[in-house]
Design a protein around this ligand. Structure first.
Ligand code: NAP
Length: 357
């Protein structure tokens, strides 16, 4: 009898590994002292699942830099709420329904979960889940990249914030990363001349040969960004999508054309530094004479346009006008390493953790 009882318990309770923040990270990259993995239990017992909730098995987790600003313990960096210590971290993810207490979702359905615990399993309300119908044309990782946060952010910048005229000179930093690879391709579809900066020769080659960039350079090899930008933009910069901040932003302001429009998406070079030690931009005065517009933005503000974006992006993907590259790391255990890799030039394309298949 004891054996039978054990079998029932084993099938109704799942072990689930999850990542949580054990200590805030005011500066430098997080380590295993800050981000820790633990094992919890998730019950499949019908009565223990709240109504209008589902149990999800996480398949994919999008690894996004914005989480860094939520780990500092300071309020205000990106105006995102700090993560709570000892609570499971949440990000953007994709899951499979393993148990449902709502008739709209059934076992086996695949859903995008914008508040996905970085965990193998979770019990979540239906509120923000979006069911997808996978097609062979659009592999699942695309829901974390081209159709996820990076693709949408790139589209917001190119389509909604700029809508550039053909022939405009566009510069994109972190060009081979999640946001960068889509931004460059979208700007090319608008007929712009697009140049990207990135952190390795392999990525420079990829930008030119696969993403259709007109030119690209490895910023680690440039001793003077002013000189590099003058070389790659003999006719000046009309649009800059800033993903890195710091000295690159300053050099862009030394190479802009009159009426240039800078969209500030993020500042990878500054996220691991405390505010008082961040690099300042010394030449903001250039904005006056050149009548430059500089605009920070959050893709979340434009969520009402997501449907329009997704429709357009799905067509581009099916017609292969836009391609996506992914750096897929296997297993929930790889989350810390995956996250830290964002702050180096070691990865290419969108970083994703594959938790299960
Ligand atoms: P990602 O570009 O895939 O990864 C980050 C990349 O940044 C790295 O691959 C690395 O590429 C580069 N990088 C790392 N440290 C750097 C440094 N010190 N100096 C210069 N470059 C450095 O990440 P992502 O998710 O697509 O995000 C890109 C940017 O978009 C980030 O700034 C992020 O915060 C921002 N973002 C903004 C929004 C929004 O709503 N505003 C939404 C999503 C993302 P290389 O060194 O090889 O170039």
């Amino acid at each position: 009898m004891g054996g039978v009882a054990e079998v029932v318990v084993a099938t109704t309770v799942l072990e689930s590994k999850e990542w949580y923040l054990a200590a805030y990270v005011p500066e430098n990259v997080p380590t295993s002292d800050h981000l820790k993995l633990r094992t919890t239990k998730v019950s499949l017992e019908h009565n223990l699942i709240p109504d209008q909730h589902v149990v999800l098995q996480t398949l994919l987790i999008s690894v996004d830099p914005y989480l860094r600003s939520m780990m500092t313990g300071r309020v205000g960096d990106l105006y995102l709420p700090p993560l709570q210590l000892d609570k499971v971290i949440t990000g953007f993810g994709l899951g499979k329904v393993v148990k449902s207490k709502n008739s709209n979702l059934k076992e086996g359905d695949i859903v995008v979960n914008p508040y996905c615990p970085v965990a193998e399993y979770c019990v979540v309300p239906l509120d923000f889940l979006q069911k997808i119908d996978p097609t062979p044309n659009i592999p699942l990782p695309n829901y974390m990249s081209s159709l996820g946060v990076p693709g949408f952010t790139a589209w917001v910048a190119i389509e909604l914030i700029w809508n550039p005229k053909p022939e405009s000179n566009v510069f994109i930093s972190a060009a081979a990363g999640g946001v960068g690879m889509f931004a460059g391709q979208l700007a090319k579809l608008k007929g712009c001349r697009v140049v990207g900066s990135t952190g390795s020769d392999e990525k420079v080659q990829l930008l030119k040969e696969e993403f259709g960039y007109d030119d690209a350079f490895n910023y680690w090899k440039e001793s003077d960004f002013d000189v590099a930008l003058a070389k790659y933009f003999p006719n000046g910069i009309d649009y800059y999508l800033d993903n890195v901040g710091g000295k690159m932003l300053e050099s862009v302001l030394n190479n802009v054309n009159k009426g240039a429009h800078i969209a500030i998406s993020g500042m990878m070079s500054q996220y691991n530094t405390i505010p008082s030690e961040r690099e300042g931009v010394n030449n903001l005065m250039n904005m006056i004479g050149k009548e430059v517009k500089m605009e920070g933005f959050l893709c979340g503000t434009y969520l009402n346009r997501y449907g329009e974006f997704a429709q357009q992006m799905e067509v581009y993907l099916k017609e292969e006008k836009i391609i996506a590259k992914h750096k897929i790391n296997e297993g929930i255990e790889s989350f810390l390493e995956s996250f830290v890799s964002l702050f180096s030039s070691s990865n290419l394309g969108k970083v994703i953790v594959q938790v299960a298949k």
